[in-house]
Design a protein around this ligand. Structure first.
Ligand SMILES: Nc1nc2c(c(=O)[nH]1)N[C@H]1C(S)=C(S)[C@@H](COP(=O)(O)O)O[C@H]1N2
Ligand SMILES: [Mo]
Length: 563
């Protein structure tokens, strides 16, 4: 095989794969975005890759880890497809077997996602079928271009192929259809335009410029069509999303409004995180490769399991109930010391305690499992949800219906617990069970079943890259110990004595607080450290630990240079 033929074969393989994926996206408009092979396989990867690898992915790509995963999957697939194209030229069956294997993978991934039905197999099946047709067309069908056989022409000394003696020598080396033999050639030589054109390619002629042009035009056209189908499919799927339904929601006024944010809660210091995080700037963490689109008209919440009175609520039922509104700071267990996977919002919702009281959990049902429409689960202690704190089944965030990526139409928010054990987005079930009987999503993946938020503090300003001049510098940041509250924040410079920072007022013990400290900075390199003490009197430990299994510890440290 020459380099050119190999390159063409690889391109043919990639084109077949692109057609497969693009057409599958189009079919997935009907069957749902999670049935698209790329998303389904990506989802399978998300759920099954070993935890350290996932952490590496998150560490490398941060909140872009999902895009990185999809791009990575696509690149991996492209290399396989190129390989399949090349082996197809040795034997088409090899390539078709590969296509079948990938189709099976796509079908398997789509069917094993939670809530999948038989129709979810369609995108991969249609895509795989079309991919196979394209591969065939390039290798042995109407789009086939380079001379056949794909192996280099036999050297002159070699005996001529037995099937067509003398043909190799006799035929003129033209790229076009075989010229008729000069005189009474063997019957196997096809007519110029007849079927069996593949036999004409038995000539040793290299692919001519015209054939190459034809090949590139065909691949270009198909790649373009695949791209249009893929992007068009995604676009159409987006239009079938729930943003219109969300716009149509009118939230009721709260029966119990949130306390006003006290004057001075927001110090308005440059670089310092605002006291209330705007929805657009709120961190997003979940395992969903495509944001679940949940129609509030068909949404249901089932409270069931070990309860005396199972309850099913519609979205309208929910909105008809008295709502409370509270500021609660949500934090992710994967937040590194100094990290930004934390945000404070005003949530509107129904107290979970009331719903659970109505359902009447049985004795020993110590875990409430929140289950999302996409099958993700989290486990929350029943006692925490009933101890009087403002644990909410939330429908509103900062005065709007929940943004779709933050759980529309409903999610759970529990002050004091990390999101992975409490804050189920797109929640559709609350199942009463016990911790002994059920492990939620992250538990078998090495995370603790219990996830109370650890007391933490962060320096938001100055930052390591800031140009600082000697004199008065405002050091400021946030500190949090949800549902316990922050009693004290201290800062120290170059491991000197701890100095007490000023605490800004906060709405409640369920939110973070801002703090600031005036520093008389001298020229040179300096190390700033912060630690917080919560209202139980416990001070943040200096011991640095990673985020797994139940949240990072240690003091946030910032090194700066002052001139
Ligand atoms: N359905 C679903 N809900 C979920 C998750 C998820 O993966 N799927 N992740 C949880 C985690 S780990 C966190 S920290 C919070 C983050 O909520 P946010 O994206 O609104 O900030 O959502 C929680 N709820
Ligand atoms: Mo999280």
């Amino acid at each position: 095989m020459t380099t050119t033929t190999r390159r063409h074969a690889a391109l043919a393989g990639v084109t077949a794969a692109a057609v497969a994926l693009g057409s599958a996206e189009l079919v997935a408009v009907l069957t749902g975005p999670r049935s698209a092979p790329l998303v389904a396989v990506g989802g399978l990867v998300v759920d099954t890759v070993p935890e350290p690898l996932k952490q590496l992915g998150i560490a490398l790509f941060g909140t872009y880890d999902k895009i990185a995963l999809l791009v990575g999957t696509a690149l991996l697939l492209a290399s396989f497809a190129a390989l399949l194209g090349v082996v197809s030229r040795r034997r088409l069956a090899y390539g078709l077997t590969g296509v079948a294997a990938f189709t099976a993978l796509g079908v398997g991934a789509a069917l094993t996602r939670s809530g999948a039905n038989a129709a979810d197999a369609l995108p991969a099946l249609v895509g795989g079928g079309l991919g196979a047709v394209v591969l065939w067309a390039f290798v042995a069908g109407p789009l086939e271009l380079d001379p056949w056989p794909w192996s280099p022409p036999a050297p002159p000394a070699a005996p001529p192929p037995p099937a067509a003696p003398g043909v190799t020598e006799a035929a003129p080396a033209t790229a076009g259809p075989a010229a008729p033999p000069a005189s009474g050639g063997p019957a196997v030589l096809p007519a110029p335009d007849g079927p069996g054109r593949w036999q004409a390619a038995a000539e040793p002629a290299p692919p001519g410029p015209e054939s190459r042009r034809r090949f590139l035009a065909a691949t270009g056209l198909l790649l373009g069509a695949a791209g249009v189908a893929g992007l068009g499919g995604r676009w159409l799927a987006g239009r079938r999303g729930v943003s219109a339904a969300r716009d149509a929601v009118t939230l009721p006024p709260p029966a119990s409004p949130a306390p006003a944010v006290p004057a001075g809660a927001d110090l308005s210091v440059p670089q310092l995180a605002p006291y209330v995080t705007p929805n657009t700037g709120f961190y997003r963490i979940d395992t969903a490769l495509v944001v679940p689109q949940v129609d509030p008209a068909t949404w249901r919440l089932r409270i069931h399991g070990r309860v005396r009175n199972p309850i099913t609520l519609t979205f309208d039922d929910l909105l008809a109930r008295p709502m409370v509104e509270r500021y609660v700071t949500l934090a992710c267990v994967s937040n590194e010391v100094g990290g930004d996977l934390i945000g404070n919002a005003r949530w509107l919702g129904v107290p979970l305690k009331e719903l659970l009281d109505e359902a009447e959990p049985e004795e020993g049902a110590d875990q409430v499992v929140g289950r999302s429409v996409d099958g993700w689960t989290c486990g929350t202690p029943t006692a925490v949800l009933r101890d009087g704190r403002d644990a909410l089944l939330a429908v509103g965030m900062n005065g709007e219906p929940l943004p779709v990526e933050h759980g529309f139409p409903a999610r759970v928010v529990v002050p004091g617990l990390y999101g992975y054990v409490s804050a189920c987005k797109w929640v559709t079930e609350l199942e009463l069970t016990s911790f002994a009987d059920f492990d939620a999503y992250w538990v078998p993946r090495g995370w603790s079943a219990q996830g109370p938020i650890k007391t933490q503090s962060r320096i938001d300003t100055p930052r390591p890259r800031n140009r600082l001049t000697a004199g008065r510098i405002t050091v400021a940041g946030v500190a949090w110990a949800q549902h316990r509250g922050i009693r004290r924040v201290e800062v120290r410079v170059d491991e000197g004595p701890w100095q007490e920072a000023d605490l800004a007022p906060a709405v409640s013990v369920d939110t973070w607080v801002q703090w600031s400290w005036r520093w008389d900075a001298t020229p040179g390199e300096h190390k700033l450290e912060v630690r917080a003490t919560d209202s139980t009197g416990e001070t943040q430990t200096a011991r640095r630990t990673g985020v797994a299994p139940d949240g990072a510890t240690g003091w946030h440290t910032v090194r700066v240079t002052v001139r």
